[in-house]
Design a binder for this molecule. Structure first.
Ligand code: URA
Length: 315
């Protein structure tokens, strides 16, 4: 099978740093576009007036967490009352949920690469149709830590695959296309600095391994199927740690690849629910897990507030 490498240098257009690029000439020829999984369309919705002011998009797996994030941001930015409900813009579908608070969009993406990839195609088109500029996209989520304290927040340096390579492979027209999964280093440093300023939990910058599965794909011994020994599992996780990997999740690779191609400044901020060198099961109490899950939200909320209040940044 032919092996095509499509790194950034192969992309036929250098993405403009300010606006959102859609690398699809066919899209420009379409008179109307239906974003089916958002239940939104350019003929039925006025995208520029609905979304033209969006500067930050935060995405995460669960609809209820992304609603909680929107309510949290509303309170932080003093844009509404956290007791009031915020409407789900994608109420016409149960695939994804979307909330808007001033310049911040909060969207759920479900679990795994296929689910986030579909959402990102439609998000990037939404930002393009809305004529948005200078947009930062941040994935906030949960992960399994490697060699770090549970509750630590990992800011991804680069996403790597299950062989520790910084790339996302996709089969397109029967050929393997490889895309870069590097993330914006300055943004990662800015987020890490925010973590230090909050000073309530540990933050680290490290590589994030993105897998296709929660169980065997992440070397767990507690799935319905396990085809390796405990020693093989531990050797693999220790090798991951030695390769600079500090956490494992299931969406960062395609997220990084698609944001890179589209000229979007992007980051991944995930809390570690456990240390995988010490076990596989997520056994902390409900209250502890709720506290952990709020940490990426707190960090990203702090960052957004700082950016919005920075007189040097013309958002
Ligand atoms: N999410 C994952 O993908 N893995 C974990 O271990 C925890 C959360």
């Amino acid at each position: 099978m032919a092996y095509v490498t499509a790194t950034e240098k192969d992309l036929h257009e250098k993405p403009n740093e300010e606006t959102v690029s859609v690398l699809n000439p066919y899209l420009m020829q379409m008179k109307a576009d239906i974003l089916y999984h958002f239940a939104l369309g350019t003929e039925t919705h006025d995208f520029p007036s609905m979304f033209g002011d969006v500067k930050f998009v935060c995405v995460g797996g669960s609809p209820s967490r992304m609603k909680a994030f929107a309510l949290y941001i509303a309170e932080e930015l003093k844009l509404g009352d956290s007791q009031n409900d915020i409407p789900n813009i994608c109420a016409g579908t149960d695939r994804y949920a979307m909330y808007k608070v001033g310049p911040v969009l909060s969207i759920s993406h479900g679990m795994g690469i296929p689910s986030i990839s579909i959402m990102l195609h439609e998000l990037i088109k939404l930002l393009y149709h809305s004529k948005c500029s200078n947009v930062t996209v941040i994935r906030i989520g949960t992960s399994g830590g490697i060699g770090i304290e549970p509750g630590s927040v990992v800011i991804t340096n680069q996403s790597v695959d299950a062989s520790f390579k910084p790339q996302f492979e996709q089969i397109i027209l029967g050929k393997t296309v490889v895309r870069s999964t590097k993330l914006n280093a300055d943004l990662a440093k800015e987020l890490d600095q925010c973590g230090k300023e909050i000073n309530e939990f540990n933050t680290v910058i490290g590589n994030t391994m993105c897998t296709l599965d929660f169980y065997e794909g992440q070397a767990r011994l507690d799935g319905a199927i396990c085809s390796y020994t405990e020693k093989e599992k531990m050797d693999y996780l220790r090798a991951a740690y030695n390769a600079g990997i500090r956490n494992i999740e299931m969406e960062s690779s395609v997220f990084a690849a698609m944001c890179n191609i589209s000229g979007l400044r992007a980051a991944v901020v995930c809390v570690a629910l456990l240390n995988r060198l010490e076990g596989d099961q997520i056994s902390s109490s409900h209250n502890i897990l709720v506290d952990y899950q709020q940490r990426p939200q707190k960090l990203v909320g702090f960052f957004i507030k700082k950016q919005i209040n920075d007189p040097c940044l013309s958002l």
